[in-house]
Design a binder for this molecule. Sequence first.
Ligand code: NAD
Length: 256
Amino acid sequence: MIKVGVFGASGRVGRLLLENIKDAEGMSLSSVYVRNNLDFAIDPSVLVTSEMKAFLSACDIVIDFSLPEACETLLEQAIKTPKPLVIGTTGLSQHQLNLLKQASEMMPILYATNMSLGVALLNKLVYQASAALAGFDIEIVEMHHKHKKDAPSGTALTLSQSAAAGRGLDIDKVRVSGRDGNIGERSEDEIAVMALRGGDIVGRHTVGFYNEGEFIELNHTATSRSTFSKGALRAAQWLADKEAGLYSISDCLELD
Ligand code: NAD
C-alpha cells in the first residue's frame, strides 16, 4: 500500500484528491499538510500537520497542487528529506524550476502542468502539426475560471513549447502573450499565447494553425477537475518505485 501525502489539500484540486484516493487501488492517504486548520472532516487516522518534516516522514510519496511559493518550500524540505514527488502546481519561476531539477537528482519527481491524458496527447499532436504545417501561424488561446492566479496557464505554456519544438524554435524568443496598440504586423515565427478568465471554466485550450485559405484548430476542454486529481494519482502509482530523476506525464502514460 503506497502512503500518499497531499500538499494543498484544502484547494480545488486537493479536495478532490482526498476524495478520489479512497477509490485508488493500492494507495491510501497518510498525511496532509495544512497552514492552519482543515475546515472539513477527515479520517482521524490521517496525520494533519503544519510541520513539513512530519508531513514528509508520514508518507511514501507526495502529491502537490498548491502555489509556487508553497511548492518551493516543499522542494527545499524534500531536498533535506528526499521523497518521490508528483508536482502539479503551475506558474513556477525559473528559480523554482531550477530547484525542482536540483531536487530530482535526489528523488523521483514527476512534474506536469496538466495531468490529463487528453492534454498529454494534445502536446504530441501540436508538435506534429507544428512541424508538418510549416508557414502556418500558431496562436494559442486558453480559458480558465476567474480564481486562477497564474497566466498564461502552465498547460498553454507547455503547448507553446511543443509548438516551438516542432519547428526547432526557442519559445522564449518567439512567444507573445499580449497585443495592444499599434504593434505592427504579426511576425512569421511568433507563437501567441493568450489568456481569458471568467466564471467556473475548468480549463479550455485551443491551438490554432492559420494559413491563407485554411486553418486547423486542436482543442481540449476539461469538464471536471477530477481529470487532474485522478491523473495525479495514476502518476503517483507509476512514480512510487522509480529511480531519482525528472519525469513527465508522457513518461507515465508511455506516449513517446
Ligand atoms: P487553490 O487556490 O484552490 O488551492 C491552493 C492550495 O494551496 C490550498 O490548499 C492552499 O491552502 C494551499 N497553499 C497556498 N499557499 C500555501 C502555502 N504557503 N503553504 C502551503 N499550502 C499553501 O488552487 P487549485 O485550483 O487547487 O490549483 C492548485 C495549483 O494546481 C495551481 O497552481 C493550479 O494552476 C494547478 N493546477 C494544475 C493542474 C495540473 O493538471 N497540473 C490542474 C489544475 C490546477
